[in-house]
Design a protein around this ligand. Structure first.
Ligand SMILES: CC(C)(COP(=O)(O)OP(=O)(O)OC[C@H]1O[C@@H](n2cnc3c(N)ncnc32)[C@H](O)[C@@H]1OP(=O)(O)O)[C@@H](O)C(=O)NCCC(=O)NCCS
Length: 159
């Protein structure tokens, strides 16, 4: 059954937290945020909205999005998470597509993702229509044993 994508509601908050924790278990095998990353996330919290993916009444995915810059052209997606049992079945693609339509409707010209190359997610996001616009050694993230990782920025043009 195809996932229904919608904005988060109060009743979803616990399930969203659990989904994000599950995604973090995957990601923490590869990288951790530096203290600078944690500070920049705290600065974003007032402008984030959340979307969820639901199948048969259960949440199987979520993502957050926020305007990346004050000029208002770029909407960024973060904390994209699909429950491990539902990965590889098109849920991530559906969430990103929904976000693209919503961001376009809000007047943004680009949907942006930041990801760590070592996760292997760049190939997935390319399949979803994003292209790489920047790639650099990360100042925000590092491996569990302190080695540097590569941060990749990918854009999806809207409209
Ligand atoms: C990354 C993530 C959100 C992707 O969601 P998903 O539901 O598994 O992705 P989808 O099934 O929608 O796949 C999207 C596309 O990528 C393709 N794809 C999946 N895995 C791939 C891989 N390893 N290499 C290349 N393409 C891949 C799929 O085939 C699909 O393309 P298609 O529709 O043309 O066949 C999910 O795996 C996840 O939650 N991972 C853990 C947390 C995480 O990494 N979050 C992202 C942080 S930036």
């Amino acid at each position: 059954m195809e996932a229904i994508i919608r904005l988060v509601e109060d009743r979803d908050l616990l399930a969203v937290k659990e989904l994000q924790q599950e995604a973090l278990i995957t990601l923490r095998q590869i990288y951790y945020p530096t203290p600078e990353a944690l500070r920049s996330r705290r600065n974003l919290l007032t402008v984030v909205d959340t979307v969820v993916a639901e199948v048969d009444g259960r949440l199987v995915g979520t993502a957050e999005y926020y305007p990346e810059d004050t000029s208002g052209g770029v909407c960024s997606c973060m904390n994209l998470s699909v429950t491990s049992a539902s990965r590889g079945r098109g849920v991530g693609r559906r969430i990103l597509s929904w976000l693209g339509e919503r961001a376009a409707g809000l007047g943004f010209h680009t949907l942006r993702l930041h990801c760590v190359k070592e996760t292997g997610n760049v190939a997935i996001f390319r399949r979803c229509g994003f292209h790489v616009v920047a790639e650099e050694a990360s100042t925000l993230f590092q491996t569990p044993d302190g080695r540097s990782v590569t941060e990749v920025t990918l854009d999806l043009p809207l409209l």
